[in-house]
Design a binder for this molecule. Structure first.
Ligand code: SER
Length: 558
C-alpha cells in the first residue's frame, strides 16, 4: 500500500456510513488546517489535529451547525519542534501528518476504541502489541473502563501509565483528557506508539506546564469529546515493513543522521513557507530560520535538489511553493557559515555569532554540546534583550546623530563623513578625533581636533584618498556587538557619548563582511549606503578654524 492509499483508506473508513461492525461512523471529511493556527494566538504552530477544533469541545452544539454532524475526520499537517534533537533517528520529525477522527458529543469511549481496533486489525491487518490506559491522579480517576473495552476486543496486554497518557491542553488553556495509546511492532522489532485516543473530558484553565506544576485547574466538560491522532509517517513505515520512516515512499531512503536532518528540516521549511511563514528573528519566522540554517549546516550541496524531491513526493496532495525563500535564506547563511565556524572554534561569544554570522543561538548551543562544552545562555539572553532595546530606540530615530534627514543624498554624505575621518587619520595625523558633525542633503560638515591649518597639499591628498576608496566600491556593513568588543577593535566613537552594552558599528572595507580589511570602523546607528561606489566624487569646499585646536571641513559630493 502506498502512502496516499493509507490516507484515503483512513478517510474512507471514518466517513463511510454503515457497515456491520461499525454502523453509523459517518464522519465528515474536512481539510487540514494551516500550520499557522487560526483560532489560538497562544500557539506558534499547529501541533495536533484537534487544534482547529478546540472551540468545539467546549461548545459541541456548534459542530452540527458548522459541519452538519458531530463527527469529523482529517489528515492534518503538524509541526513539532520539541523533538528536534531526536530527528535523525528512524521515527522522529519536525513535520508530520496526523490521521485523526474527532467527535463532539457524537460517540463515546467504547465506539472510539472499537473503531481504532477495527481499522488497525481489519482494515490494515496489523497486530496490536499492547495498549496503555491512564492510571489516574487527583480528580481524574483511573481509566479501568478503557482497559475493559480493550480486553473485550481481545487485547489483553493493557498497561497503566502516568502523565504521558494525559493529553493537552495546547497553548495557554484548553480541552484535555486521559488517553489510551496503541502500540504496534515495527520492522526493527520495536513496539512503537502509533495512535493516541484522547477522551476529552476536561478543560484546563492554564498551560500544560502550569498543570504539571499544580498551578492550573481542571474542570469537567459537560460533553465527552473524542480526539485521536495517528502518526502517519510511523504508520506507513509499519505498513510498508520498513525499519525507518525514511525508507517509505514519503522519503528517499536517507541513511545518515545528517542526510535525515537535511531532508526533515527542508521539508518542514517548505511546508511552513507554503502556509505563509517567512524567515525572521522572532516567533515563527525564527523557528523557520533555525530549521533552514540547521539544514544548511548539515548539507554541503544546495538545498534546491531536496526541495524538488519533496515537491514530487507531495505532488497532487499539498500545494508546496517556497517562493525562493529557502534559497535566499540559504545564500545569506552560507556566506558567513564558514567564517562563523572558525569564530566558533576560537570561542567567540554566541551573541556575536548570532548578530554577525547569523548563527541561531540553538545552533551554537548544539555545536558546543558536540564538543562537550556549554554556552552561557543567560548571558546571551541578557545581551539579546539589550540588542532589542537598541533596535527599538534606533528605529525610533534616537540615534539619528548629525543627520538632518534620511534623503538619499544625505545618506551618501553620511557615508562620506565616515570615510573622511579615516582619510584625515591616514593622510594628516593618525590621532585626529572627530568633535562634531552636521549633515544635510547639500553638504557635510565635520569638526575635528587638529593643531594646524591643513595645507593645500594635505587637502589634495585627502580628496585623492577619498576618491580612491570611492572607486574601489567598498562594502559598507553594519554589525551589532558588545561595547567592549567594539572598543577592542578600535571603533571610532563620539567624544563623551554614553553607549549601551550592545552597540551598532559600521565597517567600510573590501571583504564581503567589510571587517577583515576595514578602512573605517565607527560606532553609528546609520543609515548608510551599501557601497562606497555610490558616492561618485568627493570634494572639499572649505577648511577653517572653529576654536583653538579645532578645525572644520565642509565638503560635497559631485
Ligand atoms: N491530540 C492528540 C495528539 O496530538 C491526539 O490527536 O496526540
Amino acid at each position: 500500500m502506498n502512502s496516499n492509499e493509507v490516507r484515503q483508506k483512513f478517510l474512507k473508513f471514518f466517513s463511510a456510513k454503515g457497515g456491520p461492525a461499525s454502523s453509523g461512523r459517518g464522519h465528515k471529511i474536512l481539510p487540514s488546517s494551516s500550520l499557522i493556527p487560526e483560532n489560538d494566538p497562544s500557539v506558534l504552530f499547529t501541533t495536533a489535529g484537534m487544534q482547529q477544533f478546540k472551540p468545539y469541545y467546549t461548545a459541541p452544539e456548534n459542530a452540527v451547525r458548522d459541519f452538519g454532524g458531530k463527527n469529523v475526520v482529517t489528515v492534518q499537517k503538524c509541526v513539532r519542534t520539541s523533538d528536534i534533537d531526536e530527528v535523525g533517528d528512524d521515527t522522529h520529525h519536525t513535520f508530520l501528518e496526523m490521521l485523526g477522527n474527532f467527535s463532539f458529543g457524537g460517540y463515546g469511549k467504547e465506539e472510539a476504541i472499537k473503531y481504532s481496533h477495527e481499522f488497525i486489525t481489519k482494515e490494515l491487518g496489523l497486530k496490536i502489541s499492547y495498549v496503555t490506559f491512564y492510571q489516574g491522579e487527583g480528580m481524574v480517576p483511573r481509566d479501568e473502563e478503557s482497559a475493559k473495552i480493550w480486553k473485550k476486543l481481545g487485547i489483553n496486554d493493557t498497561r497503566p501509565d502516568g502523565s504521558d497518557v494525559f493529553w493537552g491542553p495546547t497553548g495557554d488553556s484548553g480541552p484535555c483528557g486521559p488517553t489510551t495509546e496503541i502500540y504496534c511492532r515495527n520492522a526493527s522489532g520495536n513496539d512503537v506508539e502509533i495512535w493516541n485516543i484522547v477522551f476529552t473530558e476536561y478543560f484546563c484553565d492554564g498551560s500544560r506546564e502550569k498543570l504539571n506544576r499544580g498551578q492550573a485547574k481542571l474542570s469537567k466538560l459537560t460533553t465527552l469529546g473524542i480526539d485521536t491522532g495517528m502518526g502517519f509517517e510511523r504508520l506507513v513505515s509499519i505498513i510498508q515493513n520498513k525499519k525507518s520512516n525514511y525508507e517509505t515512499d514519503l522519503f528517499n531512503g536517507e541513511q545518515t543522521r545528517e542526510e535525515r536532518i537535511v531532508i526533515d528540516h527542508t521539508r518542514t521549511a517548505l511546508f511552513l513557507i507554503s502556509d505563509g511563514v517567512t524567515p525572521s528573528n522572532t516567533g515563527r519566522g525564527y523557528v523557520l530560520r533555525r530549521l533552514i540554517r540547521r539544514a544548511v549546516r548539515f548539507s554541503k550541496d544546495p538545498l534546491n535538489s531536496k526541495i524538488e524531491k519533496i515537491k514530487k513526493i507531495y505532488a497532487g496532495i499539498y500545494k508546496l511553493d517556497d517562493k525562493g525563500e529557502i534559497k535566499k535564506e540559504e545564500k545569506k547563511f552560507r556566506e558567513t557559515l564558514e567564517k562563523g565556524m572558525k569564530e566558533f572554534e576560537k570561542g567567540t561569544d554566541p551573541f556575536i555569532l548570532f548578530t554577525t554570522y547569523g548563527f541561531p543561538v540553538e545552533l551554537t548551543e548544539e555545536l558546543a554540546k558536540e564538543r562537550g562544552t556549554m554556552i552561557d545562555r543567560e548571558d546571551f539572553d541578557k545581551k539579546m534583550a539589550e540588542h532589542q532595546k537598541l533596535s527599538q530606540t534606533s528605529s525610533a530615530g534616537m540615534f539619528k546623530g548629525g543627520l538632518a534627514n534620511h534623503e538619499p543624498q544625505t545618506i551618501k554624505l553620511h557615508t562620506a563623513h565616515h570615510l573622511l575621518l579615516a582619510a584625515l587619520q591616514n593622510v594628516v595625523d593618525k590621532n585626529i578625533k572627530q568633535r562634531g558633525s552636521n549633515i544635510n542633503a547639500e553638504r557635510l560638515r565635520m569638526d575635528f581636533l587638529c593643531d594646524h591649518k591643513l595645507t593645500d597639499e594635505e587637502k589634495k591628498k585627502v580628496e585623492e584618498w577619498m576618491n580612491d576608496k570611492i572607486k574601489q566600491n567598498l562594502a559598507v556593513v553594519r554589525k551589532e556587538m558588545p561595547l567592549a568588543e567594539a572598543e577592542k577593535i578600535g571603533a571610532q566613537m563620539e567624544f563623551g557619548a554614553k553607549y549601551p552594552e550592545i552597540v551598532s558599528v559600521y565597517f567600510i572595507g573590501s571583504s564581503p563582511d567589510a571587517e577583515g580589511d576595514a578602512v573605517s570602523i565607527e560606532f553609528c546607528g546609520g543609515p548608510h549606503v551599501a557601497n562606497t561606489g555610490e558616492l561618485r566624487t568627493f570634494k572639499i569646499q572649505k577648511e577653517e578654524a572653529v576654536a583653538q585646536g579645532i578645525r572644520r571641513i565642509k565638503a560635497i559630493l559631485l
